[in-house]
Design a protein around this ligand. Structure first.
Ligand code: 13P
Length: 388
């Protein structure tokens, strides 16, 4: 980890969030002087992050790339056409009452510019439900040369102008997902690259009015025990926060999207929700400053019920941050199976989305019970080498 140029910033007036240019005392060497950006969006970023991290609410992630959306549609026998993707997203985003449980939704670029079949923009449907529109801004994973078969996440080129466009279109937060693989190492190079990319993206997003969701997904792949996941997660988050600070990212205006700390998917034993909660919260308390407003977990291939139970266990204690969800698979699985692409199932599918959203809302408040959950919701969704 390259941390020789770490600079301490004077943030004593942070209660005012006055991130004006600051200099170190003159006794400090000129090479150690740091300028903290006075982002014109700072107050709005903090407000947006707080509203997404509001009690009993979390994020509905529907930002599957067209290729991944195609796999979802294929699972119910539909072709991967723009019309079918739009129909599915319309089902999700027009669910009446969704805003009671969902505070934000991450969209793929195509969806941000789409409207319902009646011509109402999706972003307006969301605003009517008090759901903040978000946008996936990374350009996906590619092999990382010089590593141990690992990957890196593309998308920094042109990110500032794209983000400004997305803001104009109504987006107020962004997502960048990179991954770290435990069976492949992780190598120091892959961790550094993941952390640096996330930090550059976060700074660029904030500069353009978007709250960045910081997501270094530690993949479930592998047969390692939970202790190994804990070790890797601590390493990754230390590196991420090091570079976030170095890039002068305003911590009050970001959200995190971590993986839960669990054993590898192929480990011989599963961990109970209490164990997952204990390891995950220990890791976060060691690494995440309380200035960060929200921890919005990904589901990563857990079953719908498992992801909800684990979240519920984490909310049995008082935490320094809002601990909630930003699930894709763990909110959409039953919905898709119920819909099957048939107009007559449209309402039943919306009802099943509300059921999952409410279950996770209760879990955010620490009041969820799995009694009466369907068998479908208990099915795991882990896919080896999963791409998003
Ligand atoms: P899952 O909950 O399916 O792991 O989603 C991950 C993600 O990054 C969606 O935005």
């Amino acid at each position: 980890m390259a941390c020789s140029s770490l600079v301490k910033l004077n943030t004593s007036s942070s209660s005012q969030l006055s991130f004006t240019n600051q200099r170190l005392p003159s006794s400090a060497s000129p090479r150690r002087v740091s300028i903290v950006r006075a982002g014109s969006y700072t107050d709005d970023l903090v407000k947006t992050a707080k509203s997404i991290a509001s009690p009993g609410r979390g994020i509905l992630a529907i930002d599957e790339s067209n290729a991944t959306a195609g796999k979802r549609l294929a699972s119910i026998g539909l072709d991967n056409t723009e019309v079918n993707r739009q129909a599915y997203r319309q089902l999700l985003l027009t669910t009446p009452g969704l805003g009671e449980y969902i505070s934000g939704s991450i969209l793929f670029e195509e969806t941000l510019y789409q409207s319902t079949t009646d011509g109402k923009k999706f972003v307006d449907c969301m605003r009517d439900e008090n759901i903040v529109p978000g946008i996936k801004v990374d350009k996906g994973l590619v092999p990382l040369p010089g590593s141990n078969n690992e990957s890196w996440c593309q998308g920094l080129d042109g990110l500032a102008s794209r983000s400004a466009e997305y803001y104009k279109q109504g987006a107020r937060f962004a997502k960048w997902r990179t991954v770290v693989s435990i069976p492949c190492g992780p190598s120091a190079l892959a961790v550094k690259e993941a952390a640096w990319g996330l930090a550059r993206y976060a700074a660029i997003s904030q500069d353009n009015g978007l709250v960045p969701i910081v997501e270094p997904e530690i993949l479930l792949d592998g047969d390692h025990p939970i202790e190994r996941t804990l070790e890797v997660a601590e390493l990754v988050w230390a590196e991420v926060f090091h570079y976030l600070a170095e890039n002068n990212v305003v911590f009050e205006g970001i959200l995190l999207k971590p993986s839960m700390v669990t054993p590898g998917a192929e480990h011989k034993e599963k961990a109970s929700p209490e164990t997952v909660a204990k390891y995950t919260l220990s890791m976060l308390k060691r690494r995440v400053p309380p200035a960060v407003p929200g921890i919005m977990f990904l589901s990563g291939g857990q079953s719908e019920v498992e992801a909800t139970l684990n979240l519920n266990a984490m909310n049995q204690s008082r935490n320094p941050w809002h601990v909630s969800f930003s699930y894709a698979r763990a909110l959409q699985n039953t919905v898709l199976k119920t819909w099957q692409g048939r107009p007559e199932n449209f309402e039943a599918a919306q009802t099943s989305l509300l059921i999952r959203a409410k279950a996770n809302s209760l879990a955010q408040l620490g009041r969820y019970s799995a009694e009466g959950e369907s068998e479908e919701a208990k099915k795991g969704m882990f896919v080896k080498g999963y791409t998003y």
